[in-house]
Design a protein around this ligand. Sequence first.
Ligand SMILES: NC(=O)C1=CN([C@@H]2O[C@H](COP(=O)(O)OP(=O)(O)OC[C@H]3O[C@@H](n4cnc5c(N)ncnc54)[C@H](O)[C@@H]3O)[C@@H](O)[C@H]2O)C=CC1
Ligand SMILES: O=C(O)CCC(=O)C(=O)O
Length: 423
Amino acid sequence: MKEMDDYDKQIDQLDVLGSTQTVIKQALTKLGYPNEMYELLREPLRMLTVRIPIRMDDGSTKIFTGYRAQHNDSVGPTKGGVRFHPDVTEREVKALSIWMSLKAGIVDLPYGGGKGGIVCDPREMSFRELERLSRGYVRAISQIVGPTKDIPAPDVFTNSQIMAWMLDEYSKIREFDSPGFITGKPLVLGGSHGRESATAKGVTICINEAAKKTGLDLVDARVVIQGFGNAGSFLAKFLHDAGAKVVGIGDAYGALYEPDGLDIDYLLDRRDSFGTVTKLFKNTITNEELLELECDILVPAAIENQITKDNAANIQASIVVEAANGPTTMEATEILSERGILLVPDVLASSGGVTVSYFEWVQNNQGYYWTDEEVEGKLEIVMRNSFNNIYQLAKTRKVNMRLASYMIGVRKMAEASRFRGWV
Ligand SMILES: NC(=O)C1=CN([C@@H]2O[C@H](COP(=O)(O)OP(=O)(O)OC[C@H]3O[C@@H](n4cnc5c(N)ncnc54)[C@H](O)[C@@H]3O)[C@@H](O)[C@H]2O)C=CC1
Ligand SMILES: O=C(O)CCC(=O)C(=O)O
């Protein structure tokens, strides 16, 4: 382990790719794989950078940079969302693709991980500009994606409308209807029941399981959620309906706090399509204050690097469940573990989204569609089993749940890579 400790010290804790590589290395070492396996898995097999010229509404042309990373396709086609955000970077997209591989391993899907991103701010673009950008991105990456190659889906600031434009562009290029090219589509274009709420549903199941382990009663439990978009808003609704008190929620512009519980139905009604709601209120707090509020359960459901060495000691929750990808740094993970806080990591907690995306793809492939109840029942079984496998492994191997998740997440792809003779 000495060599690995030295490696840990060299990485910038806010560099999500470097941090992920460190935990991958720890997981592979625990599982007894040689260094060659780490060399294979530490970076995506493929990374495409594209420049997309878009005619803006004012007649000018703007060039956007986009990425698509395909981490490892030894198990099957790669799969993962596309993010539209001003802070997207190449290293972030690479890390996000590795996390997708781990999620596929954890919930046992026949996929490897992929991820895409475009550096842009959709909040400042018109509907038609967004359509042109979505179509331009598909034209730029069309050679490397497809229903048996790499299957995109929604992520931060993308939604079912954007998936619909992307599907339409892909079908035009290929000259055949191809619903399995993308998931998170509107129902009328072959989307699945339950996909929109799937990430939050998966997080809710993890929260239920974590509460059982720690003896926390969810009724009246105080919950803080950072992010009020797809993941955060459905989660707030599910927990509120289950009797929990959502005392804090945040978005990109600030946060709201109400110790007696926020009026979630009102906030859901008023939020915009980018998950913004705090702009409507005068009495807001900062996102930094939000994370340190007194509560039982804290759910970061927005972006990376929110719980760091600077605030981990001040987190009040006894359970932290990561709906977002990469919200807690490695140092903060250590601090929370030492403080006895149960941390349910992103690659487990947020894997409900890709699980129902897989169900959507299966339904597209067979041309036969399931009911909401069927989707929900299948998701429940997958999430509960995955949580308990990881919880058990963490206990028996005396590691935190992040490392246990990585150990389970890398195993299938490492074995598949070995059988293929890649290592
Ligand atoms: N949508 C999905 O199916 C899945 C999403 N996730 C992850 O969940 C997280 C949230 O994704 P979605 O809810 O889909 O996105 P979204 O676009 O629907 O909502 C994003 C939320 O984060 C907030 N936000 C954006 N930048 C912020 C910042 N700098 N500080 C604080 N808040 C900020 C926005 O205001 C909004 O409330 C991301 O980490 C995403 O990768 C993970 C698995 C699946
Ligand atoms: O639904 C999918 O395929 C991918 C979801 C995703 O991007 C994620 O889990 O981070």
